[in-house]
Write a protein that binds this ligand. Structure first.
Ligand code: MN
Length: 274
């Protein structure tokens, strides 16, 4: 199943290049009162919602995917966990494994998350800002100290992530958390639909020029290893997003640029920069 959020709060089922409006299925979400759960409620209830989404799709209005305003497919992630130095890129694996273990993981502010339609707004224009295409993993159930063998059972699905990065001496969590500096989409592809996340081609074009190209088999810590590592430090909740790291080929962005990021099986993320 491929699910998107569009036009300020509509739920869509993506079929080919069309979106079926299945927003009615969200009526089955439980009502919430303060304090709200520590999870994205749509992702947390996805298993219950899926038959309702399938039923709503039968008579749903269809619209071209290109005509809707895509939001992030996860609206309320509890945290954005991200990995630095996580592609081999032909360099020595031991060196890279040492680097990610020395650096650990970092967190990005959830307020930085946008969908493709919103576009990236560059800030601190006297400094360089880079793009990074990354496989984004969306956690589907509470997991804590999960082992590698059980890790993929914690995944709700996958999407494409852009980890936008301001250069400078400060902590990553500051430089990567500006408004619009985390782009997710176009859709959440459920784990059963995607299958193995360990052999996916991915890439990024800037203004039509290929800039990044890799395969997730070159991750130093693969998806199960990242879930094992992250969940050994903190509990992961439904809707938490894991950005798995970016391959070489990053370069500076400028206003007017157009980013097209793609991952096999996950579609394309087309984002304007201003
Ligand atoms: Mn990154």
């Amino acid at each position: 199943m491929r699910l998107c959020l569009f036009d300020e709060g509509r739920l869509g089922l993506v079929q080919g290049d069309e979106v079926l409006d299945v927003s009615g299925a969200m009526a089955a979400l439980p009502p919430f009162r303060y304090p709200l759960p520590t999870a994205d409620v749509l992702i947390a209830n996805l298993a219950d919602l899926r038959p309702r989404i399938a039923a709503a799709a039968i008579a749903a209005e269809r619209r071209p995917l290109s005509s809707v305003r895509l939001s992030s497919p996860v609206m309320n992630p509890g945290k954005i966990v991200a990995a630095p130095f996580n592609y081999r890129d032909g360099r020595d694996l031991v060196e890279h494994a040492g680097r990610i273990h020395a650096a650990g993981l970092f967190l990005k502010a959830t307020s930085s998350v946008i969908g493709a339609a919103q576009g990236i707004t560059l800030a601190c224009r006297d400094r360089t800002t880079d793009y990074e295409v990354e496989l984004a993993v969306v956690i589907g159930r509470i997991c804590r100290q999960v082992g590698r063998d059980d890790a993929l059972s914690c995944v709700a699905g996958y999407t494409i992530g852009l980890d936008i990065t301001l250069h400078g001496p400060q902590e990553r969590s500051l430089r990567k958390s500006l408004d619009s500096y985390t782009v997710l989409g176009p859709a959440l592809v459920t784990a059963d639909e995607l299958g193995d996340p360990g052999t996916l081609d991915l890439g990024l074009e800037l203004n039509g020029q290929p800039r990044q190209r890799a395969n997730t088999r070159d991750l130093v810590l693969d998806v199960p290893a990242l879930i094992e590592y992250a969940s050994s430090y903190y509990t992961l909740h439904p809707g938490d997003v894991l950005l798995t790291g970016s391959p070489s080929g990053v370069a500076a962005l400028a206003p007017g640029d157009r980013i097209r990021a793609w991952i096999a099986g996950l579609g394309e993320l087309d984002v304007a920069v201003r």
